[in-house]
Design a binder for this molecule. Structure first.
Ligand SMILES: [Zn+2]
Length: 135
């Protein structure tokens, strides 16, 4: 668990914004491990759910240098994915919306949605490239 001071440092890494989508972080924001730590879990047959024992496969990654401020939805979607796996997932959202979401398809036909095909660039990557240009 990050201390209050560490949480504050992580929150401020990208000006109080989600490292991935760039939205303003709200109360209840998450700390994501950029390189996933992969928490150890066991399936509990009686409770019919995964139980985490508090250990993980990569405890060395529980470090502020690897910890990113994330909104709940980015953190939940990234889950244990690597950055490139997450990029692939986000990049596929348009395909799955067009395939699976009737509301999306109707909204598109009514002209509410304009699709843009472009590479997935995370907010922290934009910030980092601006910082390196400034230096
Ligand atoms: Zn986000």
């Amino acid at each position: 668990m990050a201390s209050k001071k560490e949480r504050e440092l992580i929150f401020n890494k990208f000006g109080g914004k989600c490292a991935y989508c760039g939205c303003e972080l709200l109360k209840g924001w998450h700390i994501d491990e950029l390189k996933p730590i992969r928490r150890n879990r066991k399936w509990d047959r009686k409770k019919r759910k995964w139980l985490y024992d508090g250990t993980c496969k990569h405890p060395e990654r529980l470090h502020i240098d690897n910890q990113m401020p994330a909104c709940a939805s980015c953190n939940i979607n990234k889950h244990t994915l690597s950055l490139e796996e997450f990029r692939k997932l986000v990049g596929g959202f348009l395909t799955s919306l067009n395939r699976d979401s009737t509301q999306y398809k109707i909204a598109k036909r009514y002209g509410f949605i304009e699709e843009v095909v472009k590479p997935v660039i995370f907010y922290f990557e934009t910030v980092q490239s601006q910082q390196s240009e400034a230096n």
